[in-house]
Write a protein that binds this ligand. Sequence first.
Ligand SMILES: Nc1ncnc2c1ncn2[C@@H]1O[C@H](COP(=O)(O)OP(=O)(O)OP(=O)(O)O)[C@@H](O)[C@H]1O
Ligand SMILES: [Mg+2]
Length: 367
Amino acid sequence: MSDCYIGLMSGTSLDGIDAVAVSFEPTFCLHASHTHPLPADLRQLILQLNHSGSDEIDRLGQLDIALGRVFAEAVQGLLDNSGLLPEQIRAIGSHGQTIRHRPELGFSLQIGDPATLAEYTGITTVADFRRRDLAAGGQGAPLVPAFHQALFRQEGQDRVLANLGGMANITLLPGDRERPVLGYDTGPGNVLMDAWIRRHRGLAYDADGQWAASGRVHAGLLEQLLRHPYFARTPPKSTGREQFDLPWLDDQLQQLAEPVASVDVQTTLLELTALSLTRAIQHHALSRPELLLCGGGSHNRQLQQRLQLHLPQARLTTSAAGGLEPDWVEAAAFAWFAMRTLSRQPSSLAAVTGARGDRILGAIHYP
Ligand SMILES: Nc1ncnc2c1ncn2[C@@H]1O[C@H](COP(=O)(O)OP(=O)(O)OP(=O)(O)O)[C@@H](O)[C@H]1O
Ligand SMILES: [Mg+2]
């Protein structure tokens, strides 16, 4: 158990902090998992920092520390629930909270002070995984394909991992090991659906896609949304709330000749996620691939159905078929990244991010 690592993930959906304790030797093992609530006031402050405004640096500095403390509480919660002791943990890998993702300007900013985490937990903390890839000319994202490759690649069977978080990203894992692993963000995952149902029904998300299932796809709106230049860009590419948010959606709705019922907007947003994912996967001509869903959107039954409809040749399942429940893949990935950093092994895939080469990622904060 001494080779246990903790992974921490707080994604774009702002639905909570996922924490796992895992080990990788002799084979991958998930020892414990825990979701820690993200305090509502911090959630609000994160959303405000997604856009420029006054007092930005002061707000950033304070939120960085406040989040570092909440991340430390998440680690404590995980240890309490599992009975694991800090001495049994080799390191924490913390992704941090993205507040700005601007690869076109050469930066991506994740906060949640890792020094605070190391100080409060007494555990070596590795963080800031994206910086080095950006410094090497990459997008700094997506990073998870390297972990997907390590855990889910299967000889002789083409697999696609689709992570349905706030944004959606795919990893193509060819069954033929001579072929390279590819991956990129396909566009919005849940972020627009979440924002829309929050505005119109006061709910955090559309459970099982039930509301979306009760409406109809508005063809004109769908066509317009799919005209977003991001979808036509060739990889490497990555995206975030900077490109897909409510102001953008409102703008698109205003450009239509007729108003669209709010339920039909929800249905159309779900279709946008399903179709942008589908088109990306179809582009790669895999033979009867297995499609493994992970992330919170993998629980959305309506989304599953639309994906299966658009991808009849694919065998739809979840990451559980590859040995890891869909809710813990991202957090486990950052535990893996911490392990790679400490063993001085590269963990980026230049073919995915577009960097000049694979790099050892992350900065280490000793206890
Ligand atoms: N039962 C469900 N039905 C529909 N959607 C769900 C369900 N459970 C979770 N979700 C969706 O999953 C989202 C959370 O997913 P997840 O935690 O994977 O995303 P994230 O935090 O943005 O992570 P990342 O950005 O790293 O991918 C919720 O905001 C919600 O939209
Ligand atoms: Mg989440």
